[in-house]
Ligand binder design. Structure first.
Ligand SMILES: *Cc1c(COP(=O)(O)O)cnc(C)c1O
Length: 404
């Protein structure tokens, strides 16, 4: 049975106070909180078997290597990748996206096209713009609809035999929309295009199956799935990982001999230059274990309950506008009160212990679409409660009264 009070005991930070009030943490889309099992795995690593991996014959190095590779296998299993070497361990989603973008610079030619969606994290639009500048490829954008969904009819029209790569997020961080990625992937494949899915915002809520999705690449960050910051993964189909050149290590700067004989030889090491965040990767595996123990079905249905409850309560407040009204949404709500700047609300409710995000959420094109400077974004996790939502609503009413 799903017992939220029991789950909350696993998260030490949820006990703290902020400005003399109990913390209500609704900024999970920016980063999730960390359960004690994950924290302990990091302490255990540094206390008992800290050593560099894949290098030494000594016991500590072997223990660290085994734990690191075991974590890779947990990640493989979680995402249902065919092979463990199709899981490349990275510093996070941004790293994964740049790895693919950089690799495609040796594949794309002038006149080729890349399709991205209007719902992207804007720091993730930049790598594609850089890639297009370098290669002469064209960047096309799948437009969005007023409900905050992707316009699939427009996508159909953008696709052609020139399309080489499609990049879409699984769930929009700014609005919470769950995109129909299976449909997007299948359509891209009809034109022979590869698809990279940004799963940073989906993986806290959904357990993706990369073989069933049949995407070429899928990337995410551990810190949004109860793991530590600075760690993530990118899944790539074996044939595509073989096709792409190594990302780090300076390419030309490395002599052929070193390049061939050492770390870059085989997958996944070809893409894992330098000493990785060993403790972080091990903790990533523990975070997935933790969430799988609770169960993603349970997590998803509980979070949907929170989403429904909060949406209903918010809509009872006057002058509220909710952005992103798709029926397929993860537990994220972006909204504003007419005539009040989101930042002002955010600062007042922080005084009441409530953590939400205000601003453009790194998704400026979405804000431009709605002609707003930003929103207040409340994003929920499975350790949040309806009681917290009630506090949040009371705080919003107080803030609104002060500012109107
Ligand atoms: C958070 C996020 C990213 C960036 O993740 P990092 O861990 O900062 O690399 C990319 N895309 C989406 C949709 C996100 O929510």
């Amino acid at each position: 049975m799903f017992d939220v009070e029991k789950i909350r005991k696993d998260f030490p930070i949820l006990n703290r106070e902020v400005n003399g009030k109990p913390l209500v943490y609704f900024d999970n889309a920016a980063t999730s909180q960390t359960p004690i099992a994950v924290i302990e795995s990091i302490v255990d690593y540094y206390s008992n078997y800290n050593a560099n991996i894949h290098r030494g014959v000594h016991t500590l190095s072997q223990e660290a290597t085994n734990a690191f590779e075991k974590a890779r296998q947990k990640i493989q299993k979680h995402f249902n990748a065919k092979e463990s070497y199709e899981i490349i361990l990275t510093s996070g989603t941004t790293h994964g996206i740049n790895l693919v973008a950089s690799g495609f610079s040796s594949i794309l030619e002038k006149g080729d096209e890349i399709i991205v969606s209007a719902l992207e994290h804007h720091s993730n639009i930049v790598p594609w713009q850089m890639l297009c500048e370098k290669t002469g490829a064209l960047l096309k954008v799948i437009p969005m609809t007023p409900k905050g969904e992707l316009d699939i009819t427009a996508y159909d029209e953008l696709l052609s035999s020139n399309t080489k790569l499609v990049f879409v997020n699984h769930v929009s961080n700014a609005l919470g929309t769950i995109n129909p990625i299976k449909e997007i992937i299948d359509k891209a494949h009809q034109y022979g295009a590869a698809v990279l899915i940004d799963g940073a915002q989906a993986t806290p809520h959904i357990k993706p199956d990369v073989q069933e999705l049949d995407c070429e690449f899928y990337t995410c960050s551990a810190h949004k799935i109860c793991g530590p910051t600075g760690v993530g993964m990118i899944y790539g189909k074996e044939e595509w990982l073989n096709k792409l050149p190594p990302y780090q290590g300076g390419g030309e700067m490395i002599s052929e001999v070193t390049f061939e004989k050492t770390t870059y030889a085989d997958l996944p090491h070809k893409f894992e230059a330098g000493t990785p965040n060993i403790a972080g990767v091990i903790a990533f595996g523990v975070a997935l274990d933790y969430m799988n123990q609770i169960g993603f079905d349970q997590i998803e249905s509980y979070e949907q309950e929170l989403l429904k409850y909060a949406t209903k309560k918010l809509l009872e407040i006057d002058d509220i506008v909710i952005y992103g009204t798709s029926e397929n949404k993860a537990a994220v709500i972006s909204f504003n009160f007419e005539g009040i700047h989101p930042y002002d609300i955010g600062s007042i409710i922080d005084k009441l212990g409530i953590a939400v995000r205000t601003g453009h959420h790194c998704a400026q094109p979405i804000m431009d679409y709605y002609k707003i400077p930003g929103t207040i974004r409340a994003s929920f996790a499975f350790y949040n409660t309806k009681k917290e939502i009630d506090h949040f609503i009371e705080a919003l009413l107080r803030a609104k009264a002060m500012l109107s």
